[in-house]
Design a binder for this molecule. Sequence first.
Ligand code: SF4
Length: 364
Amino acid sequence: MKFIDEFRRSDLAQAVSARIQQRSKTPARLMEFCGSHTVAIFKHGIRQMLPPTIDMTSGPGCPVCVTANTDIDKSIALAKIPGVILATFGDMLKVPGSYSSLQEAKAEGADVRVVYSTLDALAIAKENPDRKVVFLGIGFETTTPTIAASVLQAEAEGIRNFSILSQNKVCPPTIRALLDLGEIRLQGLICPGHVSAVIGSHPWDFISREYGIPCVVSGFEPLDILQGIEMLVAQIESGQSKVEIAYRRGVRPEGNRKAIEVIEQVFQPCAASWRGIGIVPGSGLKLRPRYERFDADLAFDIQPGPTREHAGCLCGEILRGVKTPADCRLFGKACTPENPVGPCMVSHEGSCSAHYLYGEDHGE
Ligand code: SF4
């Protein structure tokens, strides 16, 4: 397969690994922000290919995992409002809120439908003119352009029974918030490839400029990630701190102008709540006043009730990079992918799920 097989060649991966082993002298803690990177790192055994000087840690880059219980509870409460059809990506179905999940709400009679794109949600709205169809907006900059496009399409086609419950998030402010917490000291950051394909590499400049942390935007194949780590090691060993791209086939420094424009046309920044991190100013997106008739937050009286966290679940600490799944006493025992307690075990991009499926610290 073009552009896949050549990035999985084990002889090339071994060669990059050997160069990293040779070059890396300074102990360095590197964080991969993105959940897709976490999964790829575990699946392809990349940690085992690195020298003992390199300590890899996972960050808060799984959109399902970082959705706070308050927001999950809100989605469930909305789904239970008579006449509502809640359309969502399948990942969200099993995520436990304070008291239940969307899957449980569906079993109790709520009309929750799994869709594969926002276009599916629009189609449901057209097929059900007497119902209110709400798309649950979850995701980072990668998915937001399609959600914004669905609002524009609904407006163009005069679809009036469609709205968005926007829980969409943007990443750079949260990396800043994470670094400002001061709980973790990083020597390098692997920046997300898909998000950067939309926003470019410039939005990460503040990390190297203000915090002195080398950054490399990486793709998701084993060679992409190893190359990204090699570039980080090169910066660390030469005392540099800049933003580089190891994923030129997917990312341009300026990003995708069209995608950025459609996001900016429909959404404006707002504060958002992140699991484990809390409220981060400017890290959420809400519909601009011109499109507020598509805003489910304004269209419905949503009463989610009080929030509570799951006893013993360390997802918040794991998302901040201060704990690992192996630190959780529920990991692999009370909490498994079949019976998940927290979102990091539900989502296929979650750290707990990646550790469970591919890690050495399988909690049995
Ligand atoms: S193992 Fe389960 S309970 Fe523990 S942190 Fe992960 S998701 Fe939460």
